[in-house]
Design a binder for this molecule. Structure first.
Ligand SMILES: Cc1ncc(COP(=O)(O)O)c(C=O)c1O
Length: 452
């Protein structure tokens, strides 16, 4: 890029609004995007609007986060009020009312004795926070030898070093060196031969949880701190857990004193028809991470919900001594906390989790109308999530889905999320039956036709 330079040699400060070059976009092929940008100018409810005002149906709730729909009045007002009233307040050694209110709301919603909320600003920070709490817990509990962390192949826990170490998506790992030491992985749970075209939890695969016993036999339980999994793997292309798998994992963790962490960054806040997937699957983890839907994507926020016994273990020292040496400047930011409380109100008042539950069958039946299309190799659905595996273009993995996403935005008017050759759909929970029909009877067939 040639930077504009003033005659005296100083960099020019004039804004150059049409220059797309300086923003290095993450998880994006920059050159392709900048040749043909998919620019979003505004949003309302179920739709985005491009620069010309053309509506684009939001098939993915942004990045799985805008669960209450876009620019919802009560959340907007709460953020505006907060910005005018309290722009920032530290939550190290000080506090402000909204963050306590939100923590109480979340602790009440969470299953079991997940009674404490620790806040951060993203799902990646939430994953690293959970791993750090697990390590610190064992040390506080007199078991400092428990340092090993276990993730799962194809898992996604964000992009920080802890998250990519326990994560299992190869492209997110291979560029970044050795990562954390002492990490092992369970096998992923997808087997197309056994599970193709399943709605909900596949029958096959619970036994894969037993691999944890193998890792315990290999490393010894006294070295293992925690196992982290997404109850439904999202970013890798939507892998609902096999029936009984999470219960089995819970049993093995409990048996060996290993903490179980559920990464609910995607599954939290109604995506699977319940406040949390833990509730849907009847399995309570020791730590549960969240982000995205906690503010319906409006203000960055993430966090962990932690069981009573873990919190208690840190509370033994002198009163004036800090218990956990962890936190972020923006932990529990007033605007995020205000957005979070308003979002919880909206979820409750509009019964959005119930809406997701009520529509699950309609959604799934509609998605399965695409079965039989020559380009569709598998379909998986659960809650208000659907994954459609496309037949890859020979020798060019990822190209067909990339084109589908591009055509979806420019030509068909629907935003979809892609991973390799999988299209993942996860609309805002305010969706209605007509819009579900629009997605699967109109938009998706058009998208598929455009990449034939
Ligand atoms: C399960 C899971 N964990 C963590 C993250 C990372 O969240 P963030 O992008 O907010 O850091 C994501 C993001 O998609 C996710 O799906």
């Amino acid at each position: 890029m040639n930077k504009p330079v003033n005659l005296d040699g100083a960099a020019a400060w004039e804004p150059s609004p049409n220059n797309l070059e300086p923003f290095w976009m993450g998880f994006t092929p920059n050159r392709a995007f900048k040749k043909r940008p998919r620019m979003i100018a505004r949003a309302k409810d179920m739709h985005y609007y491009d620069m010309s005002g053309r509506a684009v149906l939001d098939g993915s709730a942004g990045l799985w986060c805008s669960n209450a729909g876009h620019c919802r009045g009560p959340i907007v007002e709460a953020i505006q009020k907060s910005a005018a009233e309290l722009d920032f307040a530290p939550t190290f050694q000080f506090g402000h009312p909204k963050v306590f209110e939100l923590a109480s709301r979340l602790a009440t919603m969470a299953p079991g004795d997940l009674n404490y909320a620790f806040f951060c600003n993203s799902g990646s920070e939430a994953a690293d926070t959970a791993l750090k709490i697990a390590l610190a817990y064992h040390r506080a509990n007199g078991e400092a030898s428990r340092t090993r962390l276990i993730g799962r192949e194809r898992g996604y826990h964000g992009v920080n070093f802890g998250g990519i170490s326990v994560g299992g998506m190869v492209a997110n790992r291979k560029w970044f060196g050795a990562m954390l030491a002492g990490v092992d992985h369970l096998p992923h749970t997808y087997n197309r031969k056994e599970q193709a075209f399943t709605a909900g939890e596949p029958e096959w695969g619970a036994h894969l949880a037993d691999d944890l016993e193998r890792l315990v036999a290999l490393h010894d339980a006294s070295t293992i701190a925690a196992v982290i999994v997404e109850p439904m793997a999202g970013s890798t292309g939507v892998l609902p857990p096999p029936k009984g798998y999470l219960k089995r994992l819970r049993e093995i963790c409990t048996k060996h004193g290993i903490l179980l962490i559920f990464d609910e960054v995607i599954t939290g806040f109604g995506r699977l028809g319940h406040a949390f997937a833990a509730e849907r699957f009847g399995v309570t983890p020791d730590i549960l991470t969240f982000a995205k839907g906690v503010t319906s994507g409006t203000v960055p926020m993430g966090g962990c919900l932690v069981r009573q016994g873990i919190y208690d273990k840190f509370m033994g020292g002198a009163d004036h001594v800090i218990e956990l040496f962890h936190g972020y400047t923006y932990t529990g930011h007033p605007m995020a906390a205000a957005a979070g409380v308003a979002t919880m109100d909206l979820y409750r008042d509009e019964k959005l989790f119930e809406n997701a539950k009520k529509l699950e069958k309609v959604w799934s039946d509609a998605a399965f109308t695409l079965k039989g299309h020559p380009l569709v190799e598998d379909i998986r659905t659960i809650g208000l999530v659907a994954a459609i595996d496309l037949k890859p273009v020979e020798g060019k993995p990822g190209l067909r889905a990339y084109k589908a996403m591009e055509n979806g935005f420019h030509d068909v008017g629907m935003l979809v999320r892609i991973t390799a050759d999988t299209i993942a759909l996860s609309p805002p929970l305010i969706i209605n039956e007509n819009q579900i029909d629009e997605i699967f009877s109109d938009k998706m067939p058009k998208i598929l036709a455009s990449v034939a």
